[in-house]
Structures are given as C-alpha cells and as structure tokens.
Write a protein that binds this ligand. Structure first.
Ligand code: HAX
Length: 442
C-alpha cells in the first residue's frame, strides 16, 4: 500500500470508531428541525424532502401509481389484442396525466413512440467503440449520452428559451428518449450476444412487443412478460437512487438525456437495479454447487447462511422503504403460476422465498426480510431463453425511463428548484453533540 493510502486507512479507521460512537450515543439527536444525526449518516432513511407526482410507496402495501396498485393496473389498463397484461404506454399516460387512459390514448402514444424511434448512426458507433466485454449497462449509458446530441431542450436553452417553455421541450425530449430506448437496448443485446445480427423494428407493434421483437423473441408469452415487466419496474416514488438521481441532475436544468443517463449509472449498482442479475447469478451458483436440479430446503438454508457468513447480502431481499413482500414480486409470481408453473428455476425462486425471510429475521438487524422486485425477474426471463443475465438491468432501465421521464416533465412544469440540501462534517457533528455549535435553523 502506498504511504498516502496507508495514511488514509488509518484516518478512516479512527473516524469510523468515532462515528460509531456518535451514532450509538447521539443518533436520535436532531441536527436540524426534522433530521436526526443517524439519518444524516444512514442514507436519509425516513426523511421526507422530495415531491414526485407519478407514484407513492407505502411501506406495507407497496407502490401505487397515481393511486392505482399493481393488481388494479393489471385489470384496468388497456391491453394488447389478445393480451392479458397492461400496456406500458398506458402506465406512462397515467403517470403523466394522472388519469386512466382510454384505448385511443394508448394507441396514440404507441404510434407517437413508433414514429420517433429513429436512432442516429453515431449512437451505434459509440456502442461499437466499446469492447464487446463491456457491461451492457455501460454500453447503455454511453448510448444515452451519445443520444444527447438530439436534445431539443438543450438546443432551445442554448438559443435562449423562456422559463415558461421548459416543460414543453422536456416533454419532447422525454417522448423521443422513451421511443428510442428499446432500439438502443436491443442493439446492445444483439451486438453483445447475437453476433451483431440486428433486427429492424416493427412499426405496427406496441412499444414493449416491438422491444421483444427487436431482442429476437417472438413468443407471445415473452411479449406479455415484457409488457408486465415494463409496467412494474417503471417507477417506485422519488427517493430511490435512479429516480432521485434523474431528478437531482434534472434540477440543474440538464436535459432529459443527461439526467436519465445519470440515473442509469445509479441503477447499475448492485444494491439497486443490478440486484436482478445478482439474484440469478446467486441462484445458478447455488444450483451448480449443489449438483443441479431442485435443492432441498435444508440445502438452500445452508447456502443462504454461507452467503451471509462470507459477508455478502442475499440479493433480491430487503428494501429501504418496503416492510412486506413487494407486490412487484407477487405480480411476477402470479405470471409464473399462469404461464410457466412447472419451470424448475421458478420453483427454486419460490423455495428461496420460503427459506430466506426467517433467516434474515433471525439476524435481528435486517428491517425487511421479504423479497423485492429483483428476486423473481431473472427466472422468468431465463425461461423464455433470455439467459444473458448481465443484460437484465438494461431491461429495468428501459422501463424506469417511463417513470423518471414523466417525473422530469412535472419537475419542469412545476418549476421545481435546483436541489441543494445542506451537509455537515463529522467535525461539526462532534462539536454539535458537545454543545459547541447550534442545531441548524432551530
Ligand atoms: N442480506 C443480508 N443483509 C441484509 C440484507 C440482505 N438482503 N438486507 C439488509 N441487510 C443488512 C444490511 O446490509 C445492514 O447491515 P449492516 O448494519 O451490517 O450494514 C442491515 O441489514 C440493516 O439494513 P436495512 O436497514 O434493513 O436495509 P437498508 O435500507 O440499509 O438497505 C437494501 C436496503 C435493499 C440495500 C438491502 O436490503 C440489501 O442490500 N438487499 C440486497 C440487495 C438488493 O436486493 N437490492 C435491491 C433492492 C430493491 C431495488 O432497488 N431494486 O432495484
């Protein structure tokens, strides 16, 4: 280790001990009117400081999009011809407008997205410039950045746009970006995993159906899965890393491309969206280690305990806000029961669901031992042949665009401010608990 790195380690060890002490003895002290010392160190859990119109999360009940739960959306949103799952275009309309769409509204969005889906060649060139070994999420964010040349918001700002018009250009960017993302994502998939054998879009299909088609999956079951997948991953109120980052970056009047790319870099973290690839990687490794087939409950238990003993988290379990089984997990479980009840990997996912929560509960520190959205998705995708699990977070990202971009339209329509919370140092915290500095704004 270099001497500077060693010095940093010594300083970090020292401050870590002091911070643990601060948290233990003064965690509940309010450093300002609404925030405790512990909340400032521990990811601002429970601090309400954002407004997001598109959805609201209840710790026990799960997500509601403009008041509608996932089961209600599956019933009430328009569907594809002969389809049973909601069309994501309808959810986008609901998040944007706040009312359930008619069939005509959904068709309108579908055809607008189809017309705007052209992706300029330099975007594909930017993807091609990366080594084939690059992670698909790296290719995805690079592609979104390359698309930024198309921002009408950035052009209008450079030309001197009036504040009153921000929302209008943001709206255009949001629709253009949502229209282009499936093409970009499918290009990445076919480049990395299918020898660059690309598939042209089908302008007659719905947004998610066409995405499945461009990925190379024509099975109706897979198309239905994509529609459901794109709906349930779209939004989870405003504080999660991808939504919050998109909003934060947008608050400096960065355009939709810059803001969304930033959010996607957050989604690419293993405690957030990358958990979907981690879950299936973990399950496949467990199955392999145990010699294949469906393991017993006891074997799963032992594997979970080994994961924890190795200092790792059990991917797909736990949540910063939720305190019950995620309804997005339940929706996928229902889909599997209807479409692929005998799938071996799905059965393992369900056994893991029976096994993990009691073990996490016994640890005594995990606030939510229940599965989140990522605990189920991989097994469904794998069933239909999408086995390249490093790509799963890109699918999540395409869906997440619907929520965070609808939110950006609202941010600009409401003229929400530049985000700039106050921060303090640990030195300030020490002075504060010694009574040498005052709590902020008291
Ligand atoms: N396995 C093992 N330990 C876990 C755990 C899990 N699944 N979930 C929480 N814990 C641990 C935490 O690591 C923490 O331990 P330390 O005190 O030693 O640091 C402790 O329990 C308390 O954590 P918490 O308050 O219950 O949870 P947080 O709000 O801090 O974190 C996380 C929430 C989602 C990050 C966490 O539950 C986790 O790491 N889960 C596994 C990764 C995962 O599935 N992420 C996806 C979440 C959903 C999502 O965003 N999808 O995109």
């Amino acid at each position: 280790m270099s001497y500077i790195k060693e010095k940093f380690k010594a300083k970090a060890d020292e401050l870590n001990t002091e911070v643990k002490d601060l948290l233990k003895n003064h965690g509940t002290k309010k450093i300002d009117e609404g925030v405790t010392l512990a909340q400032a160190y521990q990811g601002m859990r429970g601090v309400t400081g954002l407004v997001t119109e598109t959805s609201l999360l209840d710790a026990n009940e799960g997500i509601r999009f403009r008041g509608y739960s996932i089961p209600e959306l599956r019933e009430q949103l328009p569907k594809a011809v002969n389809g049973a799952e909601p069309l994501p275009e309808g959810l986008f309309y609901l998040m944007l407008i706040g009312e359930l769409p008619t069939e005509a509204d959904v068709q309108n969005i579908s055809s607008v997205l189809g017309r705007r889906s052209h992706v300029p060649n330099h975007v594909f060139d930017a993807i091609e410039a990366l080594p084939i070994s690059a992670h698909p999420m790296t290719m995805f964010t690079v592609a979104v950045m390359a698309l930024q040349t198309e921002s009408v918001f950035a052009k209008a700002y450079a030309d001197g746009m009036n504040k009153k018009d921000y929302w209008s250009y943001m709206y255009e960017d949001a629709l253009n970006l949502i229209a282009r993302l499936p093409r970009v994502a499918a290009y990445i998939y076919r480049r990395k995993y299918k020898n660059g054998d690309h598939i042209q879009p089908d302008g007659m299909m719905d947004w998610a159906g066409n995405f499945a088609h461009m990925l190379g999956y024509e099975d109706e079951g897979f198309k239905e899965l994509m529609r459901l997948y794109m709906v349930i991953h779209a939004d989870h109120e405003g504080g999660n890393v991808s939504a919050h980052t998109t909003h934060l970056v947008g608050s400096s009047l960065s355009d939709a491309y810059l803001s969304f790319a930033a959010g996607m870099n957050g989604l690419a973290g293993p405690l957030h969206g990358l958990a979907n690839q981690e879950v299936i990687k973990w399950i496949l490794a467990m199955r392999e280690e145990l010699g294949g087939g469906v393991p017993t409950k006891e074997q799963i238990e032992a594997y979970v305990k080994k994961t924890l003993a190795d200092g790792k988290v059990v991917p797909g379990y736990g949540h910063a806000v939720l305190r019950k089984t995620d309804p997005r997990f339940t929706a996928q479980m229902e889909f599997a029961k209807n479409h692929i009840p005998d799938d071996e990997l799905v059965k393992i996912v369900w056994m893991v669901y029976e096994t993990v929560p009691p073990i996490l509960k016994d640890l005594g520190k995990v606030k939510n031992p229940w599965p989140n959205v990522d605990a189920h998705s991989g097994a469904l995708l794998l069933h239909y042949g999408l086995v390249e699990y490093e790509f799963y977070t890109v699918l999540f990202g395409v869906s997440r665009a619907l929520g965070v971009l609808a939110s950006l339209c609202w941010d600009r329509a409401l003229g929400l401010s530049l985000e700039r919370p106050k921060s303090v140092t640990s030195e300030w915290m020490k002075l504060f608990v010694e009574g040498k500095v005052e709590a902020i704004a008291e």
